[in-house]
Write a protein that binds this ligand. Structure first.
Ligand code: SAH
Ligand code: SF4
Length: 333
């Protein structure tokens, strides 16, 4: 799929054409311009030749059918992945990639091992949601994608402009109309961009990948911490909370014998005390040398934080059988 020439093509057309195109592509979910009978045949032909609608994707469904993963091959041959999590009758959440690979090389992350190939365009980010809406339509689901999380491959805040543009597109009333409150961006802690994000005056959710309660361990797991140490990241988070009054989700992977001790829970509670945050403990999906924490350790860790007055939730691994963890599939391919 490539809509980059669309604006240029529609420039010589009456203004309502844009609306007809939006309706066809984002709401009717057509996969062939020839189906769009509201457009003159000549224009359909031009669009057919210049704006392919086909998305080249391999799709994998987990056994319970609740999680699906797609490996999309982009126009230039690069591959990205995106995940759909269906909660029937409730919500359909899509996890999107923001870059091909990632430059930040976190030691626990499969995407980190790919290095960075390039940034995605806003269209390529939106295309991932479009793909899942087409799949949902095909499956006969009555709902479409309701929530979007930027937690796939890449660091969204190192592709800031395209990410913000993609959010505005997802937000568009004439398109998917996904509310800002239903969109979450996860960052490894690019402090200046957290501050910039705070000034956007949109109700988008912010998630911070914390994973360690002190600089020593965090720098080992996430090399970006040497550029933006915890003190700076937490200052940016404070600024974000002050500006937006929105709760920040702190993601914490539970890795056995690395970050799952009670001493570390204590340190984490001190770090977050009194802040408008919640902690999301994530079951580690093994991609390399690390092992997931034992459930009794996760429970003790969680209980301690809760006792300290912190709000804690637990995210279980989903779609293990289709390797739905960040970056796993692309790495294999
Ligand atoms: N680069 C951004 C967003 C993409 S990563 C960030 O780091 O926040 C999205 C989330 O997936 C992060 O919280 C990351 O730590 C987590 N993740 C990475 N590898 C994982 C694994 N093997 N198992 C579970 N979660 C993982
Ligand atoms: Fe990049 Fe996020 Fe993976 Fe770290 S966890 S390597 S920032 S995608």
């Amino acid at each position: 799929m490539d809509l980059s020439k669309l604006n240029k093509i529609l420039k010589g057309e009456p203004p309502y054409r844009q609306q007809q195109v939006n309706q066809a592509v984002f709401i009717d979910l057509v996969t062939d311009w020839d189906e769009v009978k509201t457009l003159p045949q000549k224009l359909r032909k031009v669009l057919q030749d210049n704006c392919p609608l086909e998305i080249n994707a391999d799709i994998f469904h987990s056994q319970d059918k609740k999680t699906s993963k797609a490996l999309i091959t982009l126009e230039d041959g690069n591959k990205i992945e995106t995940v759909l999590m269906q909660h029937e009758g409730e919500r359909h959440t899509v996890c999107v990639s923001s870059q091909v690979g990632c430059s930040l090389a976190c030691t626990f992350c499969a995407t980190g091992r790919l290095g960075l190939k390039r940034n995605l365009t806003a269209d390529e980010i939106v295309e991932q949601v479009l793909l899942w809406n087409r799949v949902l339509k095909q499956l006969g689901a009555k709902d479409r994608v309701t929530n979007v999380v930027y937690m796939g491959m890449g660091e969204p805040f190192l592709n800031y402009t395209a990410v913000l543009k993609s959010i505005r597109l997802l937000n568009d009333k004439q398109g998917f109309n996904i509310g800002a409150r239903k969109i979450s961006v996860s960052t490894s802690g690019i402090a200046p961009k957290i501050k910039k994000f705070a000034e956007e005056k949109m109700q988008i959710n912010l998630a911070l990948s914390l994973h360690a309660p002190n600089d020593e361990l965090r720098s080992k797991l996430m090399p970006i911490n040497t550029h933006f140490p915890l003190s700076e990241v937490m200052k940016a988070v404070d600024f974000y909370i002050e500006k937006t009054n929105r709760k920040v989700m702190c993601e914490y992977l539970m890795i056995a014998e690395v970050n799952d001790s009670l001493e570390q829970a204590e340190e984490l509670a001190k770090l977050l005390q009194g802040k408008l945050v919640m902690v999301n403990l994530i079951a580690y999906n093994p991609t390399n040398a690390y092992r997931p924490a034992k459930s009794k350790n996760i429970k003790a860790f969680k209980d301690y934080l809760t006792k300290q007055g912190l709000e804690v939730s637990q995210r279980f691994t989903f779609g293990q059988d289709i390797k739905a963890a960040c970056g796993q599939l692309a790495l294999e391919n």
